[in-house]
Design a protein around this ligand. Structure first.
Ligand code: ASP
Length: 407
């Protein structure tokens, strides 16, 4: 794709859409009959993005791997990327634990608002043992993986096909590669159409998001929310240092290059829905190589969630403070490790970071009902943490570009 798929000044139009959405949500009463119409542009926008996710992930990963050129190049990318993901996630969690232990928002909370603890249903996936979860990464039935949009399985499928493409030398390989390239272009074209809808869609998504937020809970939870948002800002600063020192790029230019992806992440609360935009931002704005963004972004959108990790650790410590649970050093380290696993296992969809949290809470003895307390303000925090998750993937992309291609 050479033509730009993102309309000019998209970020500004999205920003205006956001402001209009917030004003409408706060000041215009919307009747129940009108609600589905108000949600329609937002739902259509997300549906268009979701429509291309499966073919786009598959074609991007396959082409990303194939354009690495050799298995050795691929190994060296994987050997750097995975430790990088784990390390940055550990930094995010440490920031979360540090800030929450220092500010102690749990001690300031008015316990009376805790009474109606809502029950939350945990995913069946969480009940799986670790060997089962490892087994679950193999796309035993590739068609089912596509139907159920199991991202990790799709990435693994793409890696397997990509490696085969690198190793099998036949004339048909070229034809298959051409098909993948066409599929990728086609998906990005659909994304470019969806982007014309983005400003209206964002207004509609904002109206919906604010409608689901417990406004009354906002003030009593202010300190807790400040810890999460403050922590996320610290991660942003950390990324900017990484962009500057490791990727050797100007952090301010980097931020302005990626703002379209950040805004889509903020308004959709979904790393997965943002992935098509992240890919085009990497290609068009950051000018990274196909092998780098084709591999890093789909994998990152699936397993690299630093914002979610910080959020999960912050909630765990916050609830420990409320329930009067003192964590020993060993338990804090256990929390760190469990949170790394939980954030990796969190799919890039709205609100699931909160659901996956239940695993962490049970491992440190906090009743999962505590989640009821933070439910009301989750959407806003979800928007913020998803923005950081996506920023993290794009940061990893420029770091890998520097490490793999020296630019
Ligand atoms: N919404 C987040 C994402 O898509 C996941 C989460 O709930 O933390 O990245």
């Amino acid at each position: 794709m050479t033509d730009s798929i993102l309309p000019k000044n998209l970020w500004l139009k999205i920003l205006i859409g956001m402001v209009i959405g917030i004003l409408v949500a706060l000041y215009v009463p919307i009747s129940d009959t009108l609600k589905p119409w108000v949600s329609l542009p937002g739902d259509l926008f997300i549906a268009l993005l979701k429509m291309v996710i499966v073919p786009l992930v598959l074609s991007s990963v396959i082409l990303g791997i194939a354009s690495a050129g050799s298995l050795n190049a691929l190994k060296s990318m994987g050997a750097r990327l995975i430790p990088y993901f784990i390390l940055t996630t550990a930094v995010a969690i440490t920031i979360g634990i540090g800030i929450t232990s220092f500010v102690e928002p749990g001690l300031a909370i008015d316990k009376s608002i805790m009474a109606p603890a809502e029950k939350i249903t945990t995913q069946t996936l969480l009940d799986m043992s670790i060997p089962d979860r490892i087994m679950n990464t193999i796309p035993v039935n590739p068609v089912e993986a596509q139907l159920s949009k199991n991202m990790l399985q799709l990435v693994i499928l793409g890696i397997i096909v990509g490696i085969s493409l690198l190793t099998i030398k036949r004339k048909t390989t070229k034809t298959f590669r051409d098909i993948c390239e066409f599929t990728q272009d086609l998906c990005l074209m659909v994304v470019s159409w969806a982007m014309w809808l983005a400003p209206i869609a964002v207004a509609s998504l904002m109206v919906k998001a604010i409608g689901t937020m417990g406004m009354s809970a906002l003030s009593s939870m202010a300190l807790y929310m400040a810890c999460v948002v403050g922590g996320l800002l610290c991660i942003l600063v950390f990324y900017m240092i990484v962009v500057w020192v490791v990727a050797k790029r100007n952090p301010l230019i980097f931020l302005s290059d990626i703002r379209n992806a950040q805004m889509i992440a903020f308004s959709t609360s979904s790393s997965m829905a943002t992935m098509p935009v992240s890919l085009s931002v990497a290609e068009e704005r950051l000018k990274t190589s196909d092998d780098v963004h084709g591999f890093v972004i789909p994998l990152g959108a699936t397993i690299n969630m630093d914002g979610t990790a910080l959020y999960q650790a912050t909630v765990a410590i916050f609830l420990c403070q409320i329930f009067g649970i003192d964590l020993s050093l060993g338990e804090t380290i256990l929390l760190l490790i469990t949170t790394i696993g939980a954030s990796i296992g969190t799919p890039g969809l709205p609100g699931v970071g909160l659901i996956v949290l239940a695993t962490i809470l049970s491992s440190i003895g906090v009743p999962a009902e505590g989640i009821g307390l933070i439910l009301g303000v989750d959407r806003l925090l979800d928007m913020c943490r998803t923005t950081i998750n996506v920023t993290g993937d794009l940061t990893a992309t420029v770091v890998m570009e520097r490490w793999m291609h020296g630019k």
